[in-house]
Design a protein around this ligand. Structure first.
Ligand SMILES: Nc1ncnc2c1ncn2[C@@H]1O[C@H](COP(=O)(O)OP(=O)(O)OP(=O)(O)O)[C@@H](O)[C@H]1O
Ligand SMILES: O=C(O)[C@H](O)CO
Length: 397
């Protein structure tokens, strides 16, 4: 009597990007090659593979949404966090298209204030500005966007969004009525905010901010303390930036009645939401949830046996509103979710507590980050093949 051939497994590949080494779409393709080759080696039928590369509101989100929403990509001139001229991408839907939806504009803040864009310079966390993000937003308003989705994260700035709002016409003034210099380092001198010359359409459109983290604006989990150091902030700079953001929140609350101090996600991208919510009525949405909805993740996951997700660094930040969490949250009952990451900095207890069956890192032996980054594609393929082997043997169920 022959053993019946196993049925093909339905495997969904839903990674985030591995920052600096693999875009999400390439990570998903490498996973696909790995599980398909493993199934062939084991004599199993080819798995039913679904590619669902994701993003979390930070880098890569624009690409995910341009595809999911069929929005037209455009480019425009703006400035990076250090004030250097550059060309950035954004997306806008065609006015009056058949969908009947409002004209929808999408921009990824990191196209202007992104950390990788200033990697060639000594970082200055105190003066880095989000002005360029405001230039992109102004362009969307000029182009006729009626709804703007601002995807934020992966930034070099900690200015509480003051640069952004300045580019839309607001003036952040000191006690002598002089405009503050750019950057979060000057915020303690803020005395008043003049929005008299705000872009005429700025308050007439619907703003949503897709955030990549759920951190608050200030304090030990705030924008400066957690993300300042990766933007070049020394411990003294962190203290200055944290105090400046808290002061900005007080001045803003006095002007608008809206407090941003306890708002989840207000600490994303150096506190960009801190002025956008009170002055423009922007709504904060978790980026990973938004992208998961836009690409139809829950539909893709229906009937899945196994989901592979992953990112560059699986750590405690991954559990604060990131892709991995969105995947676990959308996985159907009985479907195992396994993460493959460049590095895994969670304990087994944390991995299981997060709803993952297991988490594996790409490294196959002692080696340097450079090599891991260079070899990320083949290593991802190999790791996915290993996961397929263990899963199909029934050991991960
Ligand atoms: N191929 C790789 N091998 C080992 N580590 C990697 C690899 N690729 C990226 N990393 C590590 O992961 C880090 C980036 O992590 P990740 O891609 O999770 O982004 P992040 O900055 O944590 O933000 P986000 O979660 O928003 O994407 C890099 O700084 C690097 O240290
Ligand atoms: O830009 C940043 O500060 C981080 O990605 C968190 O949003």
């Amino acid at each position: 009597m022959t053993t019946p051939a196993p049925r093909p497994l339905r495997i969904v590949l839903a990674p985030d990007s591995l920052k600096g080494s693999l875009p999400a779409a390439e990570a998903a393709l490498a996973m696909s090659a790995g599980v398909t080759a493993a199934a062939a080696r084991l004599g199993h039928p080819a798995p039913d593979v679904v590619l669902a590369p994701l993003a979390d509101g930070g880098e890569g989100t624009l690409d995910a949404l341009l595809t999911a929403w069929s929005v037209e990509p455009r480019t425009t001139a703006c400035h990076d966090a250090a004030g250097r001229a550059r060309t950035a991408r954004y997306g806008i839907s065609a006015p009056g298209d058949a969908s009947g939806l409002p004209v929808r504009g999408v921009l990824e803040a990191a196209e202007a204030n992104g950390l990788p864009l200033v990697a060639d310079l000594p970082l200055d966390a105190l003066t880095a500005t989000s002005y360029g993000v405001g230039e992109l937003a102004a362009r969307l308003l000029d182009d006729g966007a009626e709804e703007i989705l601002l995807c934020i994260g992966g930034s070099a700035t900690t200015d509480g969004g003051t640069g952004l709002l300045s580019a839309l016409g607001a003036r952040f003034l000191d006690a002598d009525g002089e405009p503050l210099p750019p950057g979060g380092g000057a915020l303690m001198a803020l005395a008043s905010i003049d929005i008299g010359a705000l872009h005429p359409r700025a308050r007439g459109v619907r703003w949503r901010i897709a955030v990549d983290v759920d951190n608050p604006l200030c304090g030990p989990r705030g924008a400066a303390a957690v993300f300042g150091p990766q933007k070049g902030a020394t411990p003294d700079d962190v203290a200055v930036l944290d105090a400046g953001l808290a002061h900005l929140a007080r001045v803003t609350e006095d002007a608008t009645g809206v407090s941003m101090l306890d708002v989840s996600g207000a600490g994303a991208a150096g506190g960009l939401p801190a002025v956008l919510v009170p002055f423009l009525g922007a709504e904060i949405v978790p980026g990973s949830t938004l992208v998961a909805d836009a690409v139809g993740l829950s539909g893709a996951l229906a009937g899945a046996d196994l989901v592979l997700t992953g990112e560059g660094s699986l750590d405690t930040q991954s559990l604060g509103g990131k892709v991995v969490q969105a995947v676990v949250g959308n996985a159907p009952e009985g479907c195992a979710v396994v993460a493959i990451a460049g590095r895994v900095q969670l304990t087994a207890a944390e991995v299981q507590g997060a709803g993952l069956a297991a988490a594996f890192s790409l490294a196959t032996g002692p080696t340097g980050l450079d090599e891991l980054i260079r070899e990320a594609g083949p290593l991802m393929e190999e790791a996915a093949a290993q996961v397929y082997g263990v899963f199909s043997a029934g050991r991960l169920r």
